[in-house]
Each structure stands twice: as structure tokens, then as C-alpha cells.
Ligand binder design. Structure first.
Ligand code: PGA
Length: 228
């Protein structure tokens, strides 16, 4: 199965965790499924067979950073992945490329696999925007072992997704820059996930809203399992 990442953002509760764990109890999704709940819900997934990721991490292993969470602590809570540079954090928390590279480096030090989000804004040319965002990461360690999620900002939570040719073109463009795995993210749901996963250079999907509805998310996983 290609990779599926669920980004719950600031949503979800213990009940949602229980529902998902119950629904997936007999489903062998192994390393291909990565659930990224809010920090306080990470403990719910500690002994699950699928992978766990955090949505963010601090810029150091420990220290005086009120309100931040150490990547080392995330690792000890069972995380193997951490999302870095989601467009909401770039926009709402002013996370610039320097901060994101620091987070990347410290995540690697804590033995987490970074999932770096990139994507053009409404007015931007995708080539220029992606080159700029990715250039900052070209000197980091292990970039080829991390994951890149291509998420055009206009597609996040809007139901508007680029056509398959465009996704293929942009993901291939990113593959010309790095050999990391490339996911597509933005308005993925059960009605479009098969078409997206069948796009050859796409290695998986990052799902926001649709991952919060257990039945819908379960359908997505089933489709992903059967389609490629
Ligand atoms: P969406 O969000 O699937 O709700 O569009 C994706 C994301 O922001 O990661």
C-alpha cells in the first residue's frame, strides 16, 4: 500500500482514537499508515500496529521553550514521524525556512522521520515556490529518507484539487530535486483517493478533514490497499 498520513490538526478526542483503533484492529496496514493526532492524544496509540506521528516539534531536545514539545519526548511516546512546515504553521505561526530547517535537524537527532510540507500559495508559480521551500532543505542530513508532502494551499480544505496530469507534473518536478518519497495532500477523500494514488510518481497521500470521519477514513484505507 502507498503511504497514508492522517493529519488531525487541532481536532479529535479520545473517542475518535478509540473508534479508529477498533475499526482498524483486524486491518494489516503496518508501516504504510501514519496517524498524527494532537499531542495529548498520542498516548492512546502507544501499542498500535500502525505508525504514529506528531504535527510539530520544538527546535531543541530540551530547555526553556515554554509550550513547546521536545522531539525526544515525542519519540519516547511512540512517534516515528513528525510533520514539519505545514502551510498552517508557516502562515499562522510565522514558521520560516530557518526555523523549519532547525526543526528538521533536531527531529533527525531524535530519530524521527520528518514529513516536510511544501506547496505554492494562490498567486505563486509552483516552480519558484517549491524550489525556494526545498532549497532550504538541500543541505540537511537524510533528506532522501524523509517524506515530502506536496500540498497546494488552494486545495487544503476546499474540495478543489488539481487534475491528475498537473499533480503528476508537479510531483515529478519535486522528484527532480530530491529522491525522498512524495505525497500529495489537499482535499483527499474516498471519491478521489484512487485516482490520486494511481498517479505514478505519487507515493501516498496526506489527509486532513477526511481522516476525522472514521467510516470515511476506513474506506480510504481500503481503497488504498486495493488500488495499487
Ligand atoms: P484537507 O487537509 O485534507 O482537509 O484538505 C490537508 C492538510 O492540510 O494537510
Amino acid at each position: 500500500m502507498k503511504t497514508i498520513v492522517a493529519n488531525w490538526k487541532m481536532n479529535g478526542d479520545e473517542q475518535l482514537c478509540d473508534n479508529l483503533i477498533f475499526k482498524l484492529k483486524d486491518f494489516d496496514v503496518g508501516q504504510s499508515l501514519i496517524i498524527c493526532p494532537p499531542f495529548p492524544l498520542l498516548f492512546k496509540f502507544k501499542n498500535c500496529r500502525f505508525c504514529l506521528g506528531a504535527q510539530n516539534c520544538g527546535i531543541a531536545l530540551h530547555g526553556a521553550f515554554t509550550g513547546e514539545v521536545s522531539p525526544q519526548l515525542l519519540r519516547s511516546l511512540g512517534c516515528s514521524y513528525v510533520i514539519i512546515g505545514h502551510s498552517e504553521r508557516r502562515r499562522l505561526c510565522d514558521e520560516n525556512d530557518d526555523i523549519l530547517v532547525k526543526k528538521y535537524e533536531i527531529a533527525i537527532e531524535a530519530n524521527l522521520i520528518p514529513i516536510i510540507c511544501v506547496g505554492e500559495n494562490f498567486q505563486e508559480d509552483y516552480r519558484l515556490a517549491l524550489e525556494k521551500q526545498l532549497n532550504s532543505f538541500l543541505k540537511v542530513r537524510n533528506l532522501e529518507k524523509s517524506i515530502i508532502a506536496y500540498e497546494p494551499v488552494r486545495s487544503i480544505g476546499t474540495g478543489i484539487i488539481p487534475d491528475s496530469d498537473k499533480i503528476a507534473k508537479i510531483v515529478s518536478f519535486i522528484k527532480g530535486i530530491t529522491s525522498a518519497k512524495i505525497l500529495y495532500g489537499g482535499s483527499v477523500d474516498s471519491s478521489n483517493v484512487a485516482d490520486i494514488l494511481r498517479i505514478d510518481p505519487v507515493d501516498g497521500v496526506l489527509i486532513g478533514g477526511a481522516s476525522l470521519r472514521t467510516e470515511e477514513f476506513y474506506s480510504i484505507i481500503q481503497i488504498a490497499k486495493n488500488c495499487c
